[in-house]
Design a protein around this ligand. Structure first.
Ligand code: HEM
Length: 451
């Protein structure tokens, strides 16, 4: 572990004070440090220091730095009790590469179309219950939709009792891992506290049993090769030695996909509606694309802009195994340093995004997102495996919602709040259903009747 004195300068407040500011107001905390120290600074949450990087050139250095230098497994270690030691998040170098090769094909962009029906259905069923005039908090609805999509598209579970049971167990586990007060408790008690461990095991053990049951049922399934869910494809995948993934690996990856894919997508969807309802002209354009069907470049730009303006993960972390130079040659970071391409800084750079606080999807119609300036999904060898899945799902859900209901905002724009590691609208995305819309095709009929 490098000495803090060997790292670039940064705030010198006590660790807990820095950590609390980071938990409560990540953007403001990071922006203050950048103002004082520039694009490279060291924060100290736990005595080890993390070097924040706010310059796209340094992000390039990290994302292209090679798997043997840019480790992430150790930085993700706090997730191990939940995701397990074989999770792709915890592996590095050859082991990570093997896992990624096994997991990438089912997530390839082209394959996502086959999940469109599941995504649509899950969203449409939920929105069908939204009544005209009702005020809603979107976050729980979006969580319900994204959880159903994961259980059906990834775990390959059919609706019914098994889905209900699994859903209950997952929600119980997530309550523990995403509760903000739990985050603070673990900071105070320390990650190894036996009390925390016992609570976690009580939520995890029954969930693990259920996941192993799902895996066993897949193994017995006579039509495994024809099934379209991601678990089936993972079970059929073989590494370069012809070896399949073990049950333990499959369990760890199911838990990883659940944890990585569920809240992140639900939060981003809530943010999208939170911003859209406050920009009626933009909302109207997305609704028009929803009605028209087919390609939806404007909706895609809206999703990209939402992920820029309200990224749900504020940074990604690597631990370097060899010295690396950042800050235009000013800092030589020793091996063992944790570095963090700071999404929360890069996405608000005025030189890249003029009027960075404005919600302007057009910026991405004019030029597509840059690899080192648009990082909601991280980058390099560890870029989010579910990026296409998530964007496809968000488009499906936005369209399913906006073709059924007209929405307006409740109250003022929401602040950034926190759920575990992720950032959310602090009121969960409050909206009012102005009216329910006639089914597509019925609009024209109604017009003719009225005429
Ligand atoms: C809006 C939704 C999402 C956001 C913002 C998001 C963001 C991220 C970020 C920032 C990383 C770390 C990348 C890095 O270290 O460079 C990551 C990794 C990952 N994500 Fe996502 N994610 C989303 C949805 C999903 C979904 C839907 C899935 C799968 C169902 C998924 C699966 C993964 C996996 C497996 C990794 C680990 C990749 C590796 O270590 O090689 N994510 N995601």
């Amino acid at each position: 572990m490098p000495d803090l004195l060997d790292l670039p300068p940064g705030p010198r407040q006590p660790q807990t004070a820095q950590a609390l500011q980071w938990i409560m107001r990540p953007r403001e905390f990071a922006a203050r440090q950048r103002e004082r120290f520039g694009d490279v600074f060291t924060v100290d949450f736990d005595g080890e220091g993390i070097v924040f990087l706010g310059d796209p050139e340094d992000v390039r250095t990290i994302f292209t730095g090679g798997a043997e230098v840019m480790h992430a497994g150790e930085a993700n270690a706090p997730l191990e009790p939940v995701v397990g030691a074989r999770s792709i998040l915890l592996l590095d170098e050859a082991e990570h590469l093997r896992e990624r090769r096994l997991m990438l094909p089912p997530f390839h962009g082209e394959r996502m179309r086959r999940y469109a029906e599941i995504m649509n259905e899950a969203a449409e069923r939920d929105v069908a219950t939204w009544e005209a005039g009702a005020e809603l908090t979107l976050l729980p609805h979006m969580q319900g939709i994204t959880l159903e999509v994961i259980m059906r598209a990834i775990f390959g579970i059919e609706e019914g009792l098994q889905m209900e049971r699994l859903g209950r167990l997952i929600r119980r586990m997530l309550r523990l891992t995403t509760n903000p007060s739990q985050f603070v408790i673990s900071l105070v008690l320390g990650p190894d506290s036996p009390r925390l461990e016992a609570r976690l095991r009580a939520a995890l053990d029954p969930l693990d049993a259920e996941l192993y049951r799902v895996i066993a049922e897949h193994r017995e399934s006579p039509d495994l090769a024809e099934r379209e869910d991601i678990l089936s494809m993972l079970m059929l995948a073989r590494d370069e030695h012809g070896e399949p993934m073990t049950d333990r690996e499959l369990r760890d990856e199911l838990m990883t996909l659940l944890l990585a894919g569920h809240e992140t997508t639900a939060n981003t969807l809530s943010w999208a509606f939170e911003r859209l309802t406050r920009h009626p002209a933009i909302l109207a354009r997305v609704a028009a694309e929803a009605r028209a069907g087919g390609d939806a470049p404007y909706t895609e730009a809206v999703i990209q802009e939402t992920l820029r303006l309200r990224p749900v993960l504020p940074l990604v972390v690597r631990k370097i195994t060899k010295p690396v130079t950042v800050g235009q040659g000013r800092f030589r970071l020793p091996a063992g340093t944790r570095v963090a391409p700071a999404i929360i800084l890069i996405h608000y750079r005025e030189d890249v995004y003029p009027e960075p606080d404005a919600f302007r999807p057009e910026r991405f119609l004019e030029s597509p997102p840059g690899t080192y300036t648009w990082l909601p999904f991280g980058g390099g060898m560890r870029r989010c495996l579910g990026a296409s899945f998530a964007q496809f799902e968000m488009k499906a859900v936005l369209h399913a919602v906006l073709s059924q209901v007209e929405l307006e905002p409740v109250g003022h724009g929401e602040r950034v709040g926190r759920r575990g590691f992720t950032l959310v609208p602090n009121k969960g995305g409050r909206v009012r259903v102005v009216r329910r819309l006639p089914a597509p095709g019925r609009e024209r009929e109604n017009e003719l009747v009225a005429a």
